[in-house]
Design a binder for this molecule. Structure first.
Ligand code: SF4
Ligand code: SF4
Length: 382
């Protein structure tokens, strides 16, 4: 039977899906409509941030609107908001109080460092003003638990988890990017909740899959396969940045299945994942990057596995649109994404003997650039 609520760090249990509030930003009424649909889909966990434009005040108004109609999930809403790293203690305290005012709540169920992406961010959160701020939020009861979101390297995330400061984290763990999955599993084993960041969008634009990917994932829709995979791995909750009530359809199906106790068949899931992996491997042939990261570090800072992962997706599953979108954000999103693309490769050859697959890495990087370089399409979020 599927668990309807799932453990999430040291806080109350959360729904399998978390409503991300960065896209329902037309108006407070629109936010209320999405919030109502989320409730109908069994969602009790909301995720927002001051950095998401008017999301916090709109969410606050939407919550009041639903409350006036007597609408709330069983046990009430659980709200996680965030704080950008780098501020001093007083500024951070004021930022948290402002978030609470905008949301109209007395405390947050989760307070996350928003984008713990660099070693400096970690120092701020673990030994600097951020550490004092997080402790103050816990001591005053303004936050029930603290965590972080990260787009940083696996090593940085491992270091952050090892500090013992955080009870939950939001990570890029995806069916099509499993680099951080061992970290997520270790976190879960240590009782730290793990939220998967946007499997539908950042996980591969799976809401709009190319025909090849649709065929590779059958009989599941690619998005359903990704959701089932992550939840089967024990990931606590999956963020879903719904722009419209209709975007919550998969969450609602999951919820109804959970209520009915119709657990997904593991053998069916395993068979679909096996077919998917085989289809990609056959198309990529000997050029498939196994994502082992043994080629690192590159003396020129080329993020080889990240770039070849995009090539894997484009060649292996026809996911060019997603791969191009991500590739062309490189160097344009600050510390939220990679800063160097394949053009930074100087063909020095230092990585070649380290690759256990004997891949011609400089040639594949040049091919990646040729396939994916294009005009930028959009920002990382917003
Ligand atoms: S060949 Fe390119 S990717 Fe490999 S180590 Fe040299 S510069 Fe880095
Ligand atoms: S060592 Fe080879 S297979 Fe492993 S990540 Fe680097 S390029 Fe890919």
């Amino acid at each position: 039977m599927r668990p309807a609520r799932r453990p999430f760090g040291s806080g109350p249990p959360v729904s399998a899906f978390t409503l991300g509030t960065m896209r329902a930003l037309e108006s407070p009424d629109h936010m209320a409509a999405v919030l109502g649909a989320a409730m109908g889909a069994g969602i009790n966990h909301l995720e927002t941030a001051p950095a998401y434009g008017p999301a916090e005040p709109f969410l606050g108004q939407a919550l009041r609107q639903l409350q006036s109609q007597g609408l709330a999930p069983e046990g009430g809403w659980l709200i996680t908001s965030k704080i950008l790293p780098g501020c001093d203690l007083a500024a951070g305290q004021e930022q948290l109080r402002s978030s609470l005012r905008r949301l109209g709540v007395a405390r947050l169920d989760g307070l996350a460092v928003h984008g713990l992406n660099t070693p400096e961010h970690l120092i701020w959160a673990d030994r600097g003003p951020g550490a004092d701020l997080l402790q103050w939020a816990l001591d005053t009861g303004l936050a029930t638990q603290v965590g972080f979101t990260s787009h940083g390297s696996p090593a940085l995330i491992a270091e952050a988890l090892a500090t013992g400061r955080f009870r939950f984290c939001s990570l890029h763990v995806h069916l099509f990017d499993q680099t951080r999955l061992p970290l997520a599993r270790a976190a879960l084993d240590a009782g730290i909740g793990v939220l998967a960041i946007s499997p539908a969008d950042k996980g591969g634009r799976l809401y709009d899959p190319p025909p090849q990917l649709l065929a590779d994932c059958a009989p599941f829709h690619p998005l359903e396969l990704a959701y089932r995979f992550l939840l089967d791995q024990g990931i606590s909750t999956l963020s879903l940045g719904a722009a419209q009530p209709a975007d919550l359809v998969w969450a609602e199906r999951w919820w109804r299945g959970a209520l009915a106790g119709d657990g997904a068949s593991r053998p069916r899931l395993a068979a679909a994942l096996e077919r998917l992996g085989r289809a990609g491997a056959e198309r990529l042939g000997a050029d498939r990057c196994g994502q082992c990261r043994a080629c690192l570090p590159c003396p020129n800072g080329v993020p080889i596995p990240e770039l070849l992962r995009l090539r894997n997706l484009a060649v292996g599953h026809g996911m060019e649109a997603f791969a191009q979108e991500r590739y062309n954000l490189i160097g344009r999103a600050g510390h939220w994404w990679e800063t160097l693309n394949a053009e930074a490769c100087q063909a020095c050859g230092a990585c070649l003997p380290r690759c256990p697959h004997g891949l011609p890495i400089p040639t594949l990087l040049a091919d990646t650039h040729r396939r994916l370089a294009a005009a930028p399409r959009r920002r990382l979020w917003g």
